[in-house]
Design a binder for this molecule. Structure first.
Ligand code: FES
Length: 117
């Protein structure tokens, strides 16, 4: 089966994922950006535990938008509440990876993650 490269900026961490191994952990939808990030040591805040209820896992998609699962109305409503929301914003816990993708984790999110370590 195909493998995908998932890059998290600005850390510059690229991980190769195999959809046959989804889920990696217990946070977010199986194969979501959050699932992949946490399983590979990339911290992304996830206050609600990955159920799409908080928007703290907000990321900005730099490339590969078409390789993510389509956002449900509930996700679109929630991500609008995220600080720094853009037209390329997704909730990492809800966006399932189906191809190569690069996302940027906002500054405030990384800082929050560091403080909780
Ligand atoms: S972790 Fe709460 S919305 Fe994604």
């Amino acid at each position: 089966m195909a493998r995908y490269n998932v890059t998290f900026e600005p850390a510059g961490v690229t991980v190769q994922v195999d959809p046959a191994e989804y889920p990696y952990g217990h946070h977010g939808r199986p194969g979501s950006l959050l699932d992949i990030a946490l399983a590979h040591g990339v911290p992304i805040e996830h206050t609600c535990g990955g159920v799409g209820a908080c928007s703290t896992c907000h990321v900005i998609v730099e490339s590969g938008w078409e390789n993510l699962s389509e956002a449900a109305d509930e996700e679109l409503d929630r991500v609008e509440l995220a600080p720094g929301n853009t037209v390329r914003s997704r909730l990492a816990c809800q966006a399932v990876v189906g191809g190569d993708v690069t996302v940027r984790v906002p500054d405030w999110n990384r800082n929050a993650a560091k403080e909780s370590e």
